[in-house]
Design a protein around this ligand. Structure first.
Ligand code: NAD
Ligand code: MG
Length: 350
């Protein structure tokens, strides 16, 4: 958006647009924008090269120019696709995120990663393209289904557990006092719980980590590197792949994955048992997870070895010294026996 920005190309999907589209259109138009709208199909399978091509055609037909802006209204699927389209159209136009899922509000909309899936893998093609603005209205969470809330809260617990003890405690307090459906200021037991302020704290946390390691440098292994945000993700990606992406929402798989990583940490003598129990109860507070105790452990281990987060064929585990303090550990330091034990213990229903 340069001076004289005139047009906004809004990307959303039918479901989200029916809920909030009119409000957003009104706000943009009353700020002087000419708005054109394209509704992409809903669902992860549409975060694709095909949708990307459709978005580019839409921009071109709308007459979108270098000084104009792309606005994403929706969850992480809409945000990633619209962001990648904005990153590539005319070699990059301004981009605004209006995330409407909890996961997109605390995680996907912040940090500038955009991209699409291809037949060869998830998020295989993408670009770093920072949004000019992330605009969050937590009232949108009121219509979000329970499983989407659970998935989002699991990623929130992840952010606290990996890098900020206070944020972890604050998130757990919110979940225990007002539950997963909280979307605005609430009063519980005489305490004021401001959900929006907690979500803002998560955005600040993620933004701070990203600011220190914007492109996730492959050689960084310190506890402020962007990689710590992958806490719980080695097992999560394996669980999602082995169940053909059908059983778990991504955040739900992260819920299980965090417990496995904490079990490994405990097994290596890094994490105190009491800290593992705290993490377990935090994950429980996020809501019920689909079971994972029937998934074949050998299949999981094979899937982990093929994950793109591994470097030189080695898994890099994000483990915990304590809640709020992550350590990146080379896969060779975790024996297959220790890994099996952690998977067996960690994948019991938390
Ligand atoms: P999603 O975008 O598929 O949204 C989940 C569902 O909720 C969809 O059906 C959506 O239409 C619906 N929805 C959205 N807002 C709603 C509302 N307010 N009320 C009711 N329904 C609503 O899923 P998601 O969890 O938001 O995002 C997942 C995607 O985000 C994945 O593709 C993942 O790769 C990506 N992601 C990206 C980053 C990043 O850094 N770029 C980080 C994490 C995840
Ligand atoms: Mg994630």
């Amino acid at each position: 958006m340069g001076p004289g920005a005139g047009r906004a190309a809004l990307i959303s999907n039918r479901k989200v647009f029916n809920l909030f589209g009119e409000k957003v259109l009104h706000a943009l138009r009353s700020s002087g924008f000419d708005v054109s709208v394209w509704l992409m199909k809903d669902g992860e399978q549409h975060k694709s090269m095909r949708s990307l091509a459709q978005a580019i055609t839409f921009f071109s037909k709308s007459g979108l120019e270098r000084n104009d802006a792309v606005v994403a209204l929706g969850g992480g699927v809409v945000g990633d696709l619209a962001g990648f389209a904005a990153a590539t159209y005319l070699r990059g136009v301004a981009f605004i995120q209006v995330p409407t899922t909890l996961l997109a509000q605390i995680d996907a909309s912040v940090g500038g990663k955009t991209g699409v899936n291809t037949g060869a893998g998830k998020n295989l093609v993408g670009a770093f393209h920072q949004p000019r603005l992330v605009l969050i209205d937590t009232d949108t969470l009121q219509t979000l289904p329970q499983r989407e809330l659970t998935a989002g809260w699991c990623e929130a617990i992840k952010q606290g557990a990996a890098g900020d003890r206070k944020l972890f405690d604050r998130t757990v307090r919110l979940l225990e006092r007002v539950g997963t459906h909280a979307s605005s200021v609430q009063h519980a037991g005489g305490v004021r719980i401001d959900v929006a302020a907690t979500i803002a704290a998560h955005c600040r946390f993620k933004a701070a980590i990203v600011a220190g390691d914007e492109r996730e440098a492959t050689d960084r292994t310190d506890r402020r590197s962007r990689k710590i945000l992958n806490f719980g993700h080695t097992t999560a990606h394996a669980l999602e792949a082995v169940t053909n992406y059908r059983r778990f929402r991504h955040g739900e798989a992260v819920g299980h994955g965090m417990i496995v990583a904490a079990e490994i940490s405990k097994g290596l003598g890094m994490l105190k048992p009491g800290e593992l129990e705290l993490l377990r109860s935090a994950v429980r507070a996020c809501g019920p997870l689909p079971p994972a105790d029937d998934v074949e452990i050998d299949k999981l281990i094979r899937a982990m070895k093929g994950d793109k987060k591994s470097v030189g064929g080695q898994i890099r585990w994000v483990l915990l010294d304590a809640i709020g303090s992550a350590r990146i550990v080379d896969g060779r330091e975790v024996s297959t026996r220790a890994l099996r034990r952690a998977l067996r213990a960690g994948l019991q229903t938390p």
